[in-house]
Every structure is written in C-alpha cells, then in structure tokens.
Design a protein around this ligand. Structure first.
Ligand code: ATP
Ligand code: MG
Length: 394
C-alpha cells in the first residue's frame, strides 16, 4: 500500500445541510471549528464535499483516537466514521472488506454496499463499484443476501484521490449547529447540575457563550469558585474557550439580608443576578441570558417567581431546562461529563442566607417595595467594578 494512505475521519454534517442560502456560512464556520479542534491532535487536511467533512492526517504523528473523540464533540456534526484505506481496485477493496468485517458478515442476514466517488477519473461509477464489490462479497459470504432497501449491514466505500476508504455506519456525533452561527449569549453559571447542562444545550444550537458567576466570599469558598471554573473547562471541548465573568456578590447579599423580609431573600437576590447579567451582556454584545431554571424545581422557580425574577431585564431569558425533569437533566450532565464535578459539595451563594419559608408565589409589587430600601444602582455598579474576567481555555 502507498505510504501516504492513512486512516481518515469522515464527519457528516447535520442540520447545516438544510440551511439553503446560508449554507455556505454554516459550512465555513463548521470547517473552521473542526480545523481548530483537530489542530490539537496533529496536522490534518480538512476539506468538505457532499455534506461530509474529510479530515485526512498529513503525517504519522496525528493522534487518530484523540481526533475521533474530538470530532464527536463538534456541534453541527451528526455522525463520525473512521475509514480504513485500501488500494483503488475493486478486487482489493472486496478482500479488505472481507478481512475487516467478517465478524459483521457472520451476524448479518443481508447487506448492501454504498459508494461515494470523489475521484471522477476512477474507471467505474459509484453504482458500478457497489455492484462489483457487492458481487464479490456475495461470493465470499453466500449466506448473506444483498438487500438494498433494509439491510442488516451497510458497508461504505469512498473513492478518493489517493486511495479508497472503507467504513461501517458512523458513530453518533454531537449534533446541533456550529458554535458561532447562533449569536452570543451570557450564561449564568453556578456550581450546580443545571446551569452547565443549560449552557451546553444552547451551545449545541450554535450559540457562542460567555459565562457569568456570582461569588460571595467568604460565605462561598475558593473551592466553590474553582469548581465553577472547572465546569466551564469541561464545557470547552464543545463550546470553545469560555470567558467567565466572576462577580463579587457578598455585599449585595448582606444588604438584602439586612434590609429585606426574609421570605424574599432569594427572589431579590435572583433579581440582582439578572440585572448584573444584563449589564455584562450589554458590554459583551450578548443578546440573551441563559439560566438552568426548571419549572417548579425550587421555590424560586415557580411561574410567579420566574416572572418576578425576569421583570428586571429586557433581554430574552433562555431556560432550556424549563420542561425537563431532574432525572433527564442528570442524564445529560453525565453524558457531557459535568455530573461528577457538579455534585461536589461546595456551597453556592444561593445556599447562603436561604429563607426558612421562601415565598413561592411572590407578588411583584411587594417584591419591588421590599427591595426599595436598597440602593440598587450603587450595589450593581460596585459589583460590576469588581468583576474579574477569567478566560477558561480548552
Ligand atoms: P443549578 O443546578 O444550575 O445551580 P439550581 O437548581 O441550584 O441550579 P438555583 O440555585 O435557584 O437553581 O439557580 C437557578 C439558576 O440561576 C441557575 O441554574 C443558574 O443559571 C443561576 N445561578 C444560580 N446561582 C448562581 C451563581 N452563583 N452564579 C451564576 N448563576 C447562578
Ligand atoms: Mg444552584
């Protein structure tokens, strides 16, 4: 075999293909995102053709296992396959498939071969290749019938310039849309289970994220802060680098405790978070806020409470978990790898000064009245001036 033929990766595009006139912009973004991600795994040539991105290693130093994992975390890619090289000759291709997939053929009752031909100079067209190789495979495995409509086993062949490639149906990729095609949003990231999942879900819809975190030292510890930065780090393979705006929140919480009725502590605190988030969003040109709220999960997430919380901002507030059960949220957090970090037992500013009996149906006018004793503008300005930007890199 020629020495320049190495295993390659095929990345199948998802919804990007539906984008009509915008398709080019989506594809360019996806190519750039893929190139940036795979650069960590070695030198690859990235090209796109017929809804597939081809990642071809340029030398033997490429880490194909790492690249395969990385490819499966790129939003916009629905499936990823590792394809084995083979000489461009139907007899050799059939033999290679026989050797590589004899186990699969033992298990299958029917099969088909599907071919894509990028090399238009190859002497057979794709249908002829499939038929030729399929015939040879039928001779090798007489018990397995050809079925082009609903086969147990589909074998794929790609005829490229340098070689032919063989692969099985691809593994599931991250899906969604390429990060950077859906605008920018600011996500309120706590150390809990929910907000990392909420962030992930919107990044998956192509949204570029920045994070905001409220810290109340000494009530919240250095470990709690580290935990949040670690959660951001776990999300970077999906989201890319993440700026985290760490906001001092101690003084605001102390002022609420000193001046406001206990039943409204949490809801007033939530209103401060939203105000500060909106101000940071405006600085960074983010067009929406994201939270991990889920309807009815806690007192501050009843419909009345959410309405009172969001009353202080004009930006849309995205709550992708609003209709999800905790069990579903936990399932995703395990899949994306945030679960183990989220359950570490460090306190959040939401868990200091929690009222014994929080209002579950807060009245907007009462809440406004309750917080009128505070100098809201000054408190927000003070927190903003103490904001600490941290960039979490992949
Ligand atoms: P999570 O699991 O995300 O912590 P939760 O179920 O604990 O959520 P709350 O503590 O009421 O719920 O927080 C609701 C949402 O408010 C969070 O999902 C998050 O988006 C935001 N939030 C809460 N605390 C903070 C914080 N310290 N910094 C930034 N955002 C926060
Ligand atoms: Mg929380």
């Amino acid at each position: 075999m020629e020495n320049q033929t190495r295993e390659i990766l095929l990345l199948k595009l998802g919804e990007v293909v539906l984008k009509g006139l915008n398709r080019r912009r989506f594809e360019d973004k996806l190519m750039a995102n893929a190139a940036r991600r795979l650069r960590k795994c070695g030198r690859f040539q990235i090209s796109i053709r017929q809804s597939t991105i081809y990642a071809e290693p340029l030398d033997d130093n490429c880490d194909m296992d790492a690249a395969y994992q990385a490819a499966r975390q790129i939003f916009g890619i629905v499936r990823v396959a590792r394809a084995c090289p083979c000489e461009k000759d139907t007899e050799k291709i059939a033999l290679a498939i026989k050797n590589m997939l004899s186990g699969e053929f033992q298990k299958a009752r029917s099969f088909k071969v599907e071919t894509k031909r990028a090399d238009k100079n190859f002497y057979l067209n794709s249908i002829e290749i499939s038929r030729d190789v399929g015939g040879r495979l039928s001779d090798f495995f007489p018990a397995v019938k050809v079925d082009v409509h609903d086969p147990d086993l589909t074998v794929y062949i790609e005829i490229r310039e340098k070689a032919a490639y063989i692969h099985l149906p691809a593994a599931v990729g991250a899906g969604g849309l390429p990060v950077g095609t859906g605008g920018r949003a600011l996500s309120l990231l706590s150390g809990g289970l929910d907000s990392p999942v909420a962030s992930y879900m919107l990044a998956r819809r192509g949204v570029e994220l920045e994070m905001i975190h409220f810290a109340s030292p000494p009530y919240t510890s250095e470990q709690a802060r580290e935990k949040v930065l670690n959660l951001a780090k776990i999300l970077t393979p999906y989201c890319g680098r993440l700026p985290v705006h760490v906001m001092p929140f101690t003084h605001i919480q102390e002022e609420i405790r000193r001046n406001c009725p206990e039943e409204f502590f949490t809801i007033i605190m939530r209103r401060f978070m939203m105000r500060l988030a909106e101000q940071v969003a405006s600085q960074i040109h983010a067009k929406a806020l994201i939270t991990g709220e889920s309807l009815g999960q806690v007192a501050s997430q009843t419909m009345d409470a959410l309405r009172v919380t969001e009353d202080v901002v004009n930006l849309p507030v995205f709550r992708p978990l609003i209709g999800m059960d905790k069990i579903e949220i936990i399932k995703i957090s395990r899949q994306i790898g945030t679960y183990e970090t989220s359950i570490l037992p460090y306190e959040d500013c939401c868990t200091v000064f929690t009222p014994r009996r929080p209002a579950t149906r807060p009245d907007l006018n009462q809440v406004r009245e309750a917080e009128s004793k505070l100098n809201i503008e000054n408190l927000c300005a003070e927190s903003l001036s103490g904001a600490e930007p941290v960039t979490v890199k992949f």
